[in-house]
Design a protein around this ligand. Structure first.
Ligand code: SF4
Length: 746
C-alpha cells in the first residue's frame, strides 16, 4: 500500500467504525500534507478524543475526533448526538482527508491576472483584509451598503452574516434555498402552515409503507435518515420508489415505478384519485384536520389511473396497487418530501401535491408519519440593532411572493441587471457558485460586472479563481462555529470546537469577520474576544453554570427533554395556515392568481437525439465539496454517465468507454466514463453532480469526470417562490474522440 493513501478497503472499514490508525508522513513546508495516512493497524489508541460537529455536509452530525501525537487519525460518530447516534456516513469519516489536503488554501491571495485566470500573489492578512474592507467601503460609498451582497453555504457563514447585516445590507442569500429545498418548504407551509425543517420531522423509523419519489436515500447519505430508512426496512416496511432510474433505494423496493421525468404531479394526483374514489382514508380525521376535501375530490376526478398511465408510463393496476398499499398502513405511511426538489419550475406545486397526499394518509403528528419537534432553548447573542436598509434586491416587486428566504439566483440577476438597484460587490463564503447556480456563464457574467469580490474558502474551488481577494479559512476541525440547536425529535444543542490548531496561515471565520469589523467600524457587533467567549456567554444567559458549560465542551452536546412526538388521538390541532387546518384548497394561492390545487402540465420533452440530464449524488461525496478529498476519491474517483443500453448502442457508446456531453450553444463537458445500463429510462441520462473540476489548484479533482453545471444552461423559475428547476435541460451525447478512452460492449 502506498504510504500516502488508505486503500479503499481500509477506508470503508474505517467508515464502518473499525479501529484504524494513521501515522504521519513527511510534512510540507506549511505543515499540511496529503501524505499523512498510514495504516497503523487496529487497536491504535487515541491520546485525546475531542467531540465536535461534522461539516463535510450540512447535516451536522456529532463526531468524535481521535488524535494521536497531535494529529487527527480517525473520526467516529458521537454516540450521545441524536443525529449520528454513534455512526457516520462514509463522508464523515473522511474528515482527515480535508484537514490534511495539501491543496488547501494556505495564505491570503490577491489577484494579479484577469478574473478567471487564477493568477494571484500571496499577501499578508493585513493587506488582504484592508483590501476587502476598502472594496466594500468604496462600493457602499458610491451605491449604498446594500450594493454589497453575500452568497454562502454552511454554518460557518453566521459571523459574516452578522458582519454584513451590521454593514447595512440585507442581500445575503444561500443557494440551498432557491436551488435546493425552498419549494418543499413553501409547499408544506401552504398546506400545513409549517415546513418540514432541517433535519426533517420524519418518523421514518416507524413508517410501514414509504414512498420515495425522486428522493435517493442511500445515495443521498443524510446520516440519521439513512439509519431510519434502514430501520424501517429492517422492520418489514413496504417501499415504493418512483424514479426514472433504478437507484440504490429502488434496489430495495417492493415496487419500482420508472416514472417519465417531469410527470410526478400526475402520479401523485392519480394516487389521490384512487384513495378518494375508494374511500381509503380516515374520514373522521379528515373532518377534524383538513379543509377542501370536496374540492380536492372534484379536482382529481380526471386523474384516473388510465389517464395518468398515458402521462407517466406507470400501468394503471400498479397505480391502484401502490395506492392501496399506502392506504393499508396509514397513518404509518409516508411520502418522503425529498430534499433537493428544484426540477421543473413547478416544484412548489409538486411539493404541495406530496404534502396533500400525506394529508390524505392522515399522518401529521402520528407514528410513522411526521413527528412533532422540540428544541433546547439557547439565549440569543445580545447585539445592537442592525441599520435600516432598502428591501432585498433578489426580486422585482410582485415576483415570487411566497419566497421565505432570499434568492441567490435573484441576487445574481440583480447584479446583472442592476434592478431594483445595483449590486457591485460580493462576499462568497464556502459556495462554489459557477458549479452551483444554473447557467454558469450567467454567473461569470455577473461576477464580471462586480467592482469587487472576495471568496472565503478552505480549498481553491473554481469561484476563487474569479475573486479579487481570496481568504483561506481553516476547516471545521480547526475552529469554533456558533452553537447548533435545531428543532428535532430529540432536542439538542451541539458544539463545534477546534480539534487541532489551524494549519498554515488559514484562520477561523470568526477571526476574519472580527478583523473586518474593526476596519469597517463595526466592532460593536463582535464584542467578544473569541467565539468561545461568545458561546459561553450564550450558555450562561441560558442558565448553564460553569460546571455545566465544561460538561458541554467535554461531551459536545446538550440533550433536552423531548416533548411528545405524536399528537393525542382526537386532538384538535391548530395548524399554522390561515384556516387553522390542513389546506387541500389554498385560498392564498387562489387570491394570488395561482392554482389553488396542483395541476399537472405536460413537460417539454427532449427533441430527437437529445436527452434530459438528471443529476444526483454518490454516497461518498457531498457534491463538489469532497471531489478533492483523497480518502473519498479512493472509493468513488470520478462520475459516470448512465445511458440506457438501447441508446448506447444507437450512439456507439461502450460500457466503460468515455463520452462527451453537449449542452446548448458551444457548452460541453467530459470526457465522462459511460455506464451502459437498463437501470435508466431511454429518455434521460444521469450523472453524479460535483465532478469535472477545472480549478487548477484542485490537483486531485481537476479533470476527473464531467461537470453537469457546464451544460446546464436552461432552467425554469418557480413562479411562486423563485426556485430554479434544472431538469428542463437537454443534452446530446457522443463517444469521446480519443479512441484510447474506449470501453466494452455491455
Ligand atoms: Fe458528516 Fe455524513 Fe453527517 Fe454529513 S451526514 S454531517 S458528511 S457524517
Amino acid at each position: 500500500m502506498l504510504k500516502n493513501k488508505l486503500s479503499r478497503r481500509t477506508f470503508l472499514s474505517l467508515a464502518g467504525v473499525a479501529g484504524v490508525g494513521a501515522g504521519v508522513a513527511a510534512k510540507t513546508a506549511l505543515g499540511i500534507t496529503d501524505g499523512f495516512l498510514e495504516d497503523l493497524g487496529e487497536g491504535t489508541v487515541a491520546d485525546e478524543v475531542v467531540p465536535t460537529v461534522c461539516e463535510i455536509c450540512f447535516w451536522k452530525c456529532g463526531v468524535l475526533a481521535h488524535k494521536k501525537d497531535g494529529r487527527v487519525f480517525k473520526i467516529t460518530g458521537n454516540p450521545s448526538h441524536p443525529l449520528s447516534r454513534g455512526r457516520l456516513c462514509p463522508r464523515g469519516a473522511g474528515g482527515p482527508g480535508l484537514l490534511y489536503d495539501n491543496d488547501r488554501l494556505k495564505k491570503p491571495l490577491i489577484r494579479v491576472g484577469e478574473r478567471g485566470e487564477e493568477k494571484f500573489r500571496e499577501a499578508t492578512w493585513e493587506e488582504a483584509l484592508d483590501r476587502v474592507a476598502e472594496g466594500f467601503q468604496k462600493v457602499a460609498d458610491e451605491h449604498g451598503p446594500e450594493a454589497v451582497g453575500m452568497l454562502y453555504h454552511g454554518a460557518g457563514a453566521s459571523f459574516f452574516k452578522t458582519l454584513l447585516h451590521g454593514f447595512g445590507t440585507p442581500n445575503i442569500a444561500a443557494p440551498s434555498y432557491a436551488q435546493c429545498r425552498g419549494p418543499r418548504e413553501v409547499g408544506f407551509e401552504l398546506t400545513y402552515g409549517e415546513g418540514v425543517g432541517s433535519p426533517e420531522n420524519l418518523d421514518m423509523r416507524n413508517t410501514r409503507t414509504l414512498v420515495l419519489i425522486g428522493a435517493h436515500l442511500g445515495e443521498n447519505m443524510h446520516n440519521t435518515q439513512v439509519q431510519d430508512f434502514a430501520e424501517c426496512l429492517g422492520k418489514g416496511a413496504k417501499l415504493i420508489v418512483a424514479d426514472p432510474r433504478y437507484s440504490t433505494a429502488a434496489g430495495k423496493a417492493d415496487w419500482w415505478l420508472p416514472v417519465r421525468p417531469g410527470t410526478d404531479i400526475a402520479l401523485i394526483l392519480g394516487w389521490m384519485h384512487v384513495i378518494l374514489r375508494e374511500g381509503w382514508y380516515d374520514k373522521a380525521w379528515m373532518q377534524r384536520n383538513t379543509i377542501g376535501l370536496d374540492k380536492l375530490e372534484a379536482h382529481v376526478a380526471r386523474y384516473t389511473p388510465e389517464a395518468v398511465f398515458v402521462e407517466t408510463g406507470i400501468e394503471p393496476d400498479v397505480i391502484v396497487e401502490t395506492a392501496e398499499a399506502l392506504s393499508a398502513t396509514a397513518p404509518a405511511s409516508l411520502v418522503h418530501p425529498g430534499r433537493r426538489v428544484t426540477w421543473y419550475g413547478d416544484d412548489t406545486q409538486r411539493s404541495r401535491a406530496i404534502a396533500m397526499l400525506n394529508a390524505l394518509l392522515g399522518n401529521w403528528g402520528r407514528p410513522g408519519g411526521f413527528n412533532m419537534t422540540s428544541n433546547v432553548p439557547i439565549a440569543k447573542t445580545e447585539l445592537p440593532a442592525f441599520p435600516e436598509h432598502r428591501p432585498i434586491a433578489d426580486k422585482l416587486d410582485g415576483q415570487y411572493i411566497f419566497a421565505g428566504s432570499p434568492l441567490a439566483s435573484g441576487l445574481r440577476d440583480a447584479t446583472l441587471t442592476e434592478k431594483p438597484y445595483p449590486i457591485k460587490a460580493w462576499m462568497v463564503y464556502g459556495c462554489n457558485l459557477p458549479n452551483v447556480l444554473p447557467n454558469t456563464q450567467k454567473t461569470l457574467d455577473a461576477i464580471q460586472k462586480l467592482d469587487f469580490m472576495v471568496a472565503i474558502d478552505v480549498l481553491p474551488a473554481e469561484v476563487c479563481g474569479w475573486a479579487d481577494v481570496v481568504l483561506p479559512e481553516c476547516t471545521y476541525l480547526e475552529r469554533h462555529d456558533d452553537l447548533i440547536a435545531p428543532w428535532y425529535r430529540e432536542p439538542f444543542a451541539a458544539l463545534r470546537q477546534p480539534v487541532v490548531d489551524p494549519m498554515g496561515e488559514s484562520k477561523p471565520g470568526w477571526w476574519m469577520a472580527k478583523q473586518l469589523a474593526k476596519r469597517l467600524g463595526l466592532e460593536q457587533f463582535f464584542p467578544w474576544e473569541n467565539p468561545r467567549e461568545m458561546i459561553h456567554a450564550r450558555l450562561k444567559a441560558s442558565g448553564y453554570n460553569a460546571a455545566q458549560i465544561a460538561d458541554v465542551e467535554q461531551r459536545g452536546v446538550i440533550l433536552g427533554e423531548p416533548e411528545p412526538l405524536y399528537l393525542p388521538t382526537d386532538y384538535e390541532y391548530e395548524y399554522g395556515t390561515p384556516s387553522g387546518k390542513i389546506e387541500f384548497f389554498s385560498q392564498q394561492l387562489a387570491d394570488a392568481g395561482f392554482d389553488p390545487m396542483p395541476t399537472y402540465r405536460r413537460p417539454e420533452m427532449p427533441p430527437a437525439g437529445s436527452f434530459r440530464l438528471l443529476t444526483g449524488r454518490a454516497p461518498s461525496h457531498t457534491f463538489g465539496r469532497t471531489a478533492n478529498n483523497s480518502l473519498l476519491l479512493d472509493s468513488y474517483p470520478e462520475n459516470e454517465l448512465w445511458v440506457n443500453r438501447v441508446i448506447a448502442a444507437d450512439f456507439g457508446l461502450l460500457h466503460g468507454g468515455y463520452a462527451m456531453v453537449f449542452g446548448e450553444g458551444d457548452t460541453k463537458t467530459g470526457p465522462i466514463r459511460v455506464k451502459v445500463t437498463e437501470r435508466i429510462r431511454a429518455d434521460c441520462v444521469y450523472m453524479v453532480h460535483g465532478f469535472g473540476h477545472s480549478a487548477r489548484g484542485l490537483s486531485k479533482a481537476h479533470g476527473r469526470g464531467a461537470n453537469d453545471s457546464a451544460v446546464t444552461t436552461r432552467y425554469e423559475t418557480d413562479p411562486l417562490m423563485g426556485g430554479t428547476g434544472f431538469n428542463v435541460n437537454f443534452v446530446r451525447i457522443e463517444p469521446a474522440p480519443d479512441s484510447s478512452l474506449g470501453g466494452v460492449e455491455a
